[in-house]
Design a protein around this ligand. Structure first.
Ligand code: FNR
Length: 344
């Protein structure tokens, strides 16, 4: 499909489904087990209705939404979540993602399991190599290996380390297993808060903890001095029946709302429309990650990724206007009806 015919983020999935070979597409699309969490991530946004306010002056809305994450400036409160194997969509792999993020002036978090070498990804940074990247890592618990990895990441110029903690074991992914893509070993990694402190002492970079799924662990992260927490169930790819980030954010909002002030809170999973982002921001989430849609958009390379960014910015501005929100950073929980309902 020609790029100009795609009008919303879901369109990229259908384009990718037709373009990519089935096993590669399946690796991107897959969720864990019965895929209840995968579907819930998408559907949860529709269970909470907006509460649009009218007769508001919204004429100042434009399509740039200055957002800071750990003190760095971006043009939108959304970013590209770390996803492995960008090469399945395009021979340029992650280079399309890093360049698309540069064009849209948003944050990209490269995965440790990228198709391209980390060197190549950082060499492709825009803005005279000043483009900000937060590097995702998986750690196996070994102190020496971790020290080496952190040194390497610091040398490349990453501005933060995104430590993924929701994957002590591989996700049980039936679709991918049928095509033998993705691993399914029985090794389990034990990361603990004690180890976290040792890791944090090894680097001057701030650490983002990705995969917080309860208010208890959010509290624990704050207690441990974590600079930013990232609410995520890994796109429903790890533990089926794990909660969506909107449900986690709501739990934190109800039980310990101060956490949104004590640390930066990011969230991802199932975000496809401008209104989805607004619902997360309404609870106090600072920035929202998008995974699969950008991976699918990358079948068109950087141009496709940049187009997906501009679609989402357009929707964010338009939805905010129709919601009666002049400044999206001032949106509060009163713009959403938090009584969940199933019926449409
Ligand atoms: C991921 N995700 C992921 N997360 C991570 O921390 N490290 C990684 O290497 C990967 N790899 C990966 C590959 C693919 C193909 C997907 C789809 C996802 C999870 C990712 O960061 C993010 O949490 C989800 O993708 C968000 O959900 P949506 O936006 O895809 O619905």
């Amino acid at each position: 499909a020609p790029l100009k015919s795609l009008v919303g983020l879901p369109d990229f999935q259908w384009a990718a489904r037709r373009y990519m070979n089935t096993s590669a597409y399946t690796y991107y699309r897959n969720g864990a087990a019965g895929e209840w969490s995968y579907r819930n991530n998408l559907e949860v946004f529709q269970r909470f209705r907006l509460r649009p306010r009218v007769m508001r002056d919204i004429t100042k809305i434009d399509s740039s939404f200055p957002t800071t994450m750990l003190g760095y400036n971006f043009s939108a409160p959304f970013f590209i979540s770390p996803c492995a194997r960008g090469g399945y969509a395009h021979p340029d792999g992650e280079l399309g993602l890093v360049k698309g993020a540069a064009q849209g002036n948003i944050l990209y978090m490269p995965s440790l399991y990228s198709s391209k070498k980390i060197d190549e990804i950082y060499a492709a940074r825009g803005n005279n190599s000043q483009q900000i990247l937060f590097q995702q890592v998986y750690l196996d618990g070994g102190l020496n290996d971790t020290q080496k990895l952190f040194r390497d990441i610091e040398a490349k110029g990453a501005k933060a380390i995104v430590m993924t903690i929701d994957s002590p074991g591989d996700g049980i992914r039936h679709r991918a297993a049928r095509y033998s893509v993705g691993s399914a070993n029985t090794d389990y990694t034990l990361l603990t808060w004690d180890l976290y402190q040792q890791f944090a002492n090894m680097t001057s970079l701030p650490i983002v903890l990705k995969g917080i799924q309860t208010v208890e662990d959010a509290r624990e992260a704050v207690k441990n001095g974590v600079k930013a927490i990232f609410l995520s169930n890994h796109g429903g790819r790890q533990l089926d029946s794990s909660p969506s980030s909107l449900e986690i954010a709501l739990e934190i909002y109800n039980e310990a709302p101060e956490i949104f002030q004590q640390t930066e809170v990011y969230a991802d999973g199932g975000v496809r429309y401008g209104a989805d982002i607004l619902k997360l921001l309404a609870l106090g989430v600072r920035a929202v990650g998008v995974g699969r849609p950008f991976m699918y958009a990358n079948i068109y390379g950087a141009e496709g990724v940049a187009k997906a960014v501009s679609i989402l910015k357009y929707e964010l501005a338009n939805d905010a206007a129709n919601l009666g929100v002049g400044d999206i950073h001032k949106i509060g929980p009163e713009y959403v009806n938090w009584k969940s309902t199933n019926a449409w």
